[in-house]
Design a protein around this ligand. Structure first.
Ligand SMILES: [Zn+2]
Length: 251
């Protein structure tokens, strides 16, 4: 999924001829999130060539004027354009009373402003990703935001699985659903595979019970690698040295 970050305003607290005050646009796939909305943000949108972006959410880092004074104009323009989509507006405590103070300037809006006063933690889930807030140091209460994408399991490597002796069919599906597969004779005596994300594991054990027993013994004594006589076809190898991945990471 594409991820674009556009620096809409990069001046500090005072704009310059070429720069606006704080505003950063993050576009991920079809979702558009603005972090801070300094004075003149809507003009900076136009100057950026993106046009007046219909935002899915606005996150404010803190309530100093250079981070929110662009809000009344932007919201007013959305109103004039007939926006009806609700707009989440998220920031630290004090945001609701700030909007109360600005209500006479902003006036009536034809869309809902979903105001959220937040602290550290997940503050927004959008399009399969979440936005987490974390505390930052400033002269007043302030937040930073991090975009966290869901883990992706990657692509199942059919050729690698076949080479390891897994027959196509239900076993492929079980591996792809994160299950641990045991009892494959060609794996006996070999290490585990499939270390990425929610991918399943292919083990050199004949059963889950054997594997658990071996894991318990190894946990109790990390130096004990060989747990069961290899003539029975089951033993623990140094996984880090010999493991093979069944998955290719997506770019
Ligand atoms: Zn500040």
């Amino acid at each position: 999924m594409d991820l674009w970050v556009t620096f809409i305003g990069t001046a500090a607290s005072v704009p310059t001829a070429g720069r606006g005050t704080a505003a950063t646009l993050v576009v991920r796939g079809g979702s558009r999130v603005l972090i801070d909305c300094g004075e003149g943000t809507q003009r900076q949108f136009l100057r950026s060539g993106l046009g007046l972006v219909d935002l899915d959410a606005i996150l404010l880092t803190h309530l100093h004027g250079d981070h929110y004074l662009g809000l009344p104009g932007l919201l007013k323009t959305y109103a004039l354009r007939g926006r009806t989509e609700p707009l989440p507006l998220i920031g630290p405590p004090g945001l609701a009373s700030l909007l109360g103070a600005l209500s006479g300037v902003i006036g009536r809006l034809p869309f809902a402003l979903e105001v959220g006063e937040v602290g550290p933690g997940t503050v927004l889930v959008l399009d399969g990703a979440r936005w987490d807030a974390f505390a930052t140091r400033h002269s007043i209460r302030s937040l930073g935001y991090v975009l966290v994408e869901d883990a992706r399991p990657g692509m199942f490597d059919v050729a690698a699985a076949r080479a390891l002796g897994v027959t196509p069919g239900p076993l492929f599906g079980r591996l792809q659903h994160g299950e641990t597969i045991t009892g494959i004779p060609s794996m006996f005596g070999r290490a585990l595979t499939g270390p990425y994300g929610s991918v399943g594991w292919l083990t050199g054990y004949e059963s889950l019970a054997q594997m658990e027993k071996a894991n318990d013994a190894q946990a109790a004594d990390p130096t004990m690698l060989k747990l069961i006589d290899s003539t029975q076809g089951c033993f623990v190898e140094d996984v880090g040295a010999t493991q093979t991945t069944l998955y290719r990471k997506l770019a």
